[in-house]
Design a protein around this ligand. Structure first.
Ligand code: PLP
Length: 394
């Protein structure tokens, strides 16, 4: 039978995640991949996992293996209140919803809010996984202009002036894919704008804990709590395979997020949530985070100095103070897709930036480089190889 006849119209709107497809290609032996967006395996706190598991079993016994409320495991929601407080986000246990990764929240947001044809405003470029979560519900994406400091507030205001925007989706800190961070002054303007237009912002914040330099910047949620769904995750500071994400959302939105999550998975893994609760409340996270930062900081510095050393003068790139990515741009018309193919032949991979734009045809001359998965020496060598291919192409 031709099962494709059975596919829902919605399913036809979906696409495989290009990066996951690229990752399959570049996982061949010998390939240096600057393409991934994943934490280094050596950043996981493996040495405490036996103890943590024993603590969970001793403390919660069968409760850690039982069905649990959709909203999340009680002790985790409680400790997340403190965790968020340290990030300047005021919440109470009832306002927190735990999900299977922040991706789980993004999927639920799409299901709850987007009807076919609804307008969703996203940065150009934006996080591909958010587009993948929203696209099945068939929104119309509205482009928000960005510069080196992220979203340009005037562009947001212009888009909102047009009326009809369902919500705005932003990654304000160490954005995926660009690494850019919206400075405080702009955040204040954005907060004032979303209040003025009484609109909803989805603030996705997986990376703010991975800061290598500079000082922490308040979330937009802390500046306009009634207008923001704040999403974060333990994927980058604990282990992504445990799939622990969470959000703080205004009451009505949260109510519906819970209802759709009931239909999706009833609740996220109780055992993993118990591990996460003990990881934070036992002080393991606070003790382990500096070692993750100490692992990534020199890798980022190695990439920035390799770019300074090898990349041609007509290229520019972001200089983030944290996160996992650097965004590089070639001169207008330079085809990074072609460069990608040539570079893979030399066993070095990255992600061409065009995939991060909601509308086709943009970002041809851009690329995303990841530094968390590769040691300093290899980063230097890989950037040198890419730059040699660039020079040949030019
Ligand atoms: C901006 C952004 N949001 C969400 C996610 C999903 O993270 P997770 O589902 O592991 O929490 C990622 C992962 O890379 C990301 O970069």
């Amino acid at each position: 039978m031709g099962f494709d006849k059975l596919l829902a119209e919605r399913t036809r709107a979906m696409d495989a995640n290009v990066i996951r497809e690229i990752l399959k290609v570049v996982s061949q032996p010998g390939m240096v991949s600057l393409a991934g967006g994943i934490p280094a395996p050596e950043s996981f706190p493996l040495e405490i996992m036996h103890d943590l598991t024993a603590i969970v079993i001793d403390k919660y016994a069968s409760k850690a293996f039982q069905y649990d409320p959709t909203e999340g495991f009680g002790p985790l929601r409680e400790i997340l209140v403190d965790y968020l407080q340290q990030k300047g986000i005021k919440s109470n246990k009832e306002e927190i919803l735990v999900a299977s990764g922040s991706q789980g929240v993004l999927d639920a947001i799409g299901k709850v809010l987007i009807s076919k044809g609804d307008q969703v405003a996203v940065e150009a470029p934006t996080y591909l996984g958010a587009l993948q979560a929203f696209t099945p519900y068939e929104p119309e994406y509205i482009r928000l202009d960005t510069d080196d400091d992220g979203l340009i507030p005037r562009s947001l205001e212009k888009v909102l002036d047009g009326g009809g925007i369902k919500f705005i989706y932003l990654v304000p800190t160490f954005q995926n894919p660009t690494g850019r961070t919206i400075p405080l002054e702009r955040r204040r303007k954005i907060a004032a704008i979303i209040k003025k237009y009484d609109t909803l912002l989805i603030e996705d914040d997986p990376y703010s804990s991975l800061r290598y330099r500079g000082t922490e910047i308040p979330s937009i949620q802390s500046l306009a709590p009634a207008n923001v769904v704040y999403i974060s995750t333990l994927s980058k500071v604990f282990a992504p395979g445990l799939r622990i994400g969470f959000c703080v959302a205004p009451a009505l939105i949260r109510k519906w997020l819970v209802i759709v999550k009931q239909g999706t998975d009833l609740h996220s893994s109780t055992f993993n949530q118990a591990l996460a609760a003990e990881y934070i409340s036992g002080g393991f996270l606070a003790r382990h985070l500096p070692s993750i930062i100490n692992l990534y900081r020199p890798r980022q510095e190695a990439m920035l100095s390799a770019l300074d050393k090898y990349f041609p003068d007509n290229f520019k790139w972001s200089r983030p103070e944290g996160g996992m990515f650097i965004w590089a741009e070639g001169p207008a018309g330079f085809d990074m897709g072609k460069l990608y193919n040539k570079s893979v032949q030399k066993n070095v991979a990255f992600v061409p930036g065009k995939y991060f734009y909601a509308s086709g045809g943009e970002g041809i001359e851009t690329m995303r480089l990841n530094y968390t998965m590769t040691d300093e020496e290899t980063i230097d060598r890989a950037v040198k190889i890419i730059s040699e291919v660039i020079k040949r192409e030019m």
